[in-house]
Design a protein around this ligand. Structure first.
Ligand code: CTP
Ligand code: MG
Length: 236
């Protein structure tokens, strides 16, 4: 059997509005290196074959020189411009990943992904064709109405926080995304926050949740940076 190829799509085209500040959060320094360095490094050192980096149009040069060349990432074959919403950026990445058997979509703002997680991803995606990493929630979750009153409380063991990588057979995810982008072009409002949702909405295929880690955080607000610095120190 021919070896399957895995392409990671690393997303770094966001503007970090919840973080605030002048520098987009994926380029903030953690122990002297940009946040984005850490996820690229984990992927570079893994069994993944290629990396497509999706970033802002005006950040492509910076990424090429100050991250890819500077740290010698060999697997980053393409750096492409993303779009206004995360799902637009994913679609740009998918188009650049042509020829892959499987894709792993990963947030560039999630620096603590580890090889063990990537291995679980690659194993599970061959079996299920669609899998996303996550962890069971620690807090009780309430569904509320528009006025903020509790409507119900889903059983905690069945509620997961979803992380990335989100991994798919390439034709499956490309087809679902193409359908979504087509509907959007026809004027339909989209409220998509992760890739699994695209499959849930635009295909019949089930998405399997697999174990990530509680350290695989996304850097979203300023508090997350404090936690990230501690994780970073711990790893040295
Ligand atoms: N992302 C992207 N393209 C976008 C929006 C987000 O590539 N149009 C990327 C971000 O760079 C980040 C990941 O998707 O690595 C997760 O998104 P999020 O945490 O929401 O980042 P931002 O959109 O940058 O932040 P915010 O929502 O606070 O503006
Ligand atoms: Mg965002």
């Amino acid at each position: 059997m021919e070896k399957k190829t895995y392409t990671a799509i690393v997303l770094a085209a966001g503007k970090g509005t919840r973080m605030g500040g002048d520098v987009h959060k994926q380029y903030l320094l953690l122990n002297g290196k940009p946040v984005l360095y850490y996820s690229l490094k984990a992927l570079e050192d893994s069994r993944v074959d290629h990396i497509v980096l999706v970033t802002g149009e005006s950040e492509i040069d910076y990424c090429q020189k100050e991250i890819i060349e500077k740290y010698g990432f060999q697997k980053v074959k393409k750096v492409v411009a993303g779009g206004a919403e995360r799902y637009h950026s994913v679609f740009c990445g998918l188009q650049a990943a042509e020829g892959a058997d499987y894709v792993l979509v990963h947030d560039g703002a999630r620096p603590f992904v580890e090889n063990a997680i990537l291995e679980r991803c690659m194993e599970a995606v061959e079996k299920y064709h669609a899998c996303v990493v996550g962890m069971p929630v620690k807090d009780t979750i309430k569904i509320v109405d528009e006025q903020g009153f509790a409507v119900n409380t889903p059983p905690r063991n069945l509620v997961w926080n979803v992380q990335t990588p989100q991994c798919f057979s390439y034709p499956l995810i490309l087809d679902a995304y193409s359908k979504m982008i087509e509907e959007e072009k026809q004027g339909k409002q989209m409220s998509v926050t992760d890739d699994a949702m695209v499959l849930e909405t635009f295909s019949q295929h089930q998405v399997k949740l697999i174990e990530g880690s509680y350290e695989n955080i996304k850097i979203t607000t300023p508090e997350d940076l404090l936690v990230a610095e501690i994780f970073c120190k711990q790893r040295q």
